[in-house]
Design a binder for this molecule. Sequence first.
Ligand code: SAM
Length: 275
Amino acid sequence: MANPDGSESTPAFDTSQPTIARVYDALLGGKDNFAADREGAATYLKFVPDAGRCAIDNRAALVRGVQYLVRDAGIDQFLDIGSGLPTQKNTHQAAQEINPDARVVYVDVDPIVLAHGRALLATNDSTIVVTADLRKPQEILDHPEIKDHLDWDRPIALMIVGIHMHFHDDEKPDEWVRTLMDKLAPGSYLFITDFVDTGEPLQKAMEQAGLESLGNGWIRTPERIEQHFLGLPLIPPGLDFLERWNPADPDGDVPDVDELQPYQRILMAGIAKKA
Ligand code: SAM
């Protein structure tokens, strides 16, 4: 609902059911969650005792990716979809500590993200939070605040970090992302992390935890995750497990895959560039 000044009101939220954003917040040790969300997080921990560390590692990869995009790729605009509740270091903080002029749009379907994001961003003119749905990419592109906040003639980094697992392939999530990428200028980037399936029991356990607590959270083969990048070339080191993935130092020493803990083989990250 829009206020007279054009801003959105904060809708009331149902606390009786867990939401993805709040369960993730609980796994990260945050405070913006309710009993149903903590139960959801407990289900994750029952199946994957290190699920909280997976979430922390995913946030660390998000920060590494943003730092690479600002420092090495010269990106100063971010469209971060499924941004989640504010946590320790968020996209705008990671970006603006390198380039204070970096502009960020946070989009999340869960209205609690808008409520808490606004408080965090009250003093930051370069960053906005909008409630919108990745399933409706054209509404994101047509949203007046989003349209105005970014310069669409220049490269933008589209972040779809830690969301694909919440959509079944039957929903064709790649098509929503394609609609967004098609609108971005040459030189734009696509940054994705997702749950992976290389045949390991703990990966399957992560999927079971998601299905039991949230009704979603599917794992995918690396080949299928590569398809999320829509045929755009991946920058080095390509798609890899979070612990081995550092685009700022793709040739640096990394542990062998079999040296990783099983929980460190649950998520993969990658960034692709639009020519
Ligand atoms: N991107 C953050 C990260 O990686 O740390 C948060 C990831 S969290 C696991 C997934 C987020 O995607 C949640 O905040 C959830 O509300 C959001 N989300 C789920 N479905 C969405 C949709 N259809 N449109 C936009 N956001 C969505």
